[in-house]
Design a protein around this ligand. Structure first.
Ligand SMILES: [Zn+2]
Length: 307
């Protein structure tokens, strides 16, 4: 029996997706639910339910492995105090291996994503590329000289925790520092940054902003104050991207994550305008793989193991 399929899981802070993927990067079946916030056990149970649902339509003998990509930091076995989830640790590999009797691998979602870009997306022709997500959090994966960077603890390119601001003093969700890129410009933190920005600029807060989508909805209505705020967000995004360029010297940067993909016109022009020209500016585009990039990347790590 040919083992030419994998079951890929994208365990994000917002959504939990599970799909059956073929070797040429085709998603044959996929389910998506909101990521449970109640307990570690519920996350694991939901993964089991989704995988069982996928297996109803496919033969287990054809499955090469279950591959899980999750918001970091991750070890080979578990998620460790993910900054965007209310849990300390979530054991993944051993319980799933025991339950399904299939090999299970666990990786950082952005490291998986850039491998997906390389094998199934815009990165096929490039030896040096970086994928950056701006979603609930901010993270990246990097390929340098065709080599996928994983790092000492398997979490290389955690660039959401670059310090890019010293003015607003906002504590990051990682609780390890202030002014991290993720603390300012991620989907979870934009509303808080907006509040701090209004205060710093002595603008009366007449807004009811609960989530970042509220900010972008007002930007669509051309709210002048919001548009001014998004210019500053663009400056900070520019700092983050500039740091990534000097760190990895890429030919291509692809961007993904809900904040970028759903609000291209409010994010991309400001971001590109603020990229430093110290090194050769790479091509900067949104990923053609869109919200499937992590799922496809997790599968790519099984079909095309990293060197
Ligand atoms: Zn941080």
């Amino acid at each position: 029996m040919k083992k030419d399929l994998v079951i890929a899981i994208d365990l994000g802070a917002t959504n939990l997706r599970a799909g059956i993927i073929s070797k040429n990067g085709k998603i044959l079946k996929c389910f998506k639910i909101k990521t449970p916030k109640t307990s570690e056990a519920e996350i694991l149970n939901n993964i089991i339910v989704l995988v069982n649902a996928l297996l109803e339509n496919f033969k287990k003998q054809n499955i090469k492995a279950i591959t899980v990509a999750a918001g970091s930091p991750v070890s080979q076995d578990e998620l460790i105090a993910p900054p965007n989830m209310p849990f300390k640790k979530i054991a993944i590999r051993k319980p799933l291996e025991k339950y399904f009797k299939l090999p299970v691998i666990l990786n950082n979602d952005c490291i998986a994503a850039v491998w997906g870009e390389k094998h199934f997306g815009a990165g096929k022709k490039f030896k040096n590329l970086v994928y950056i997500t701006i979603s609930s959090g901010i993270g990246a994966g990097a390929i340098v000289d065709n080599h996928l960077l994983s790092g000492h603890s398997n979490n290389a390119a955690e660039i959401g925790h670059f310090t890019i601001d010293t003015k607003y003093n906002l504590l990051c969700g990682c609780k390890k520092g202030h002014g991290h890129w993720e603390a300012m410009c991620s989907g979870n933190n934009l509303p808080r940054f907006f509040k701090a920005w209004l205060k710093e600029n002595r603008i009366k807060n007449k807004y009811l902003i609960r989530k970042s989508a509220d900010i972008f909805a007002l930007a669509d209505k051309k709210d002048k104050i919001i548009l001014k705020f998004l210019k500053e967000v663009g400056q900070l995004n520019g700092h983050g991207i500039s740091n990534a360029i000097v760190a990895y010297d890429p030919e291509l940067i692809t961007l993904g994550g809900g904040v970028v993909l759903n609000n291209k016109k409010h994010i991309l022009p400001y971001l590109k305008k603020n990229v430093d020209k110290y090194l050769k500016t790479p091509k900067i585009i949104t990923t053609p793989l869109k919200e499937d990039i992590v799922l496809l990347g997790a599968a790519a790590l099984v079909f095309y193991p990293k060197n």
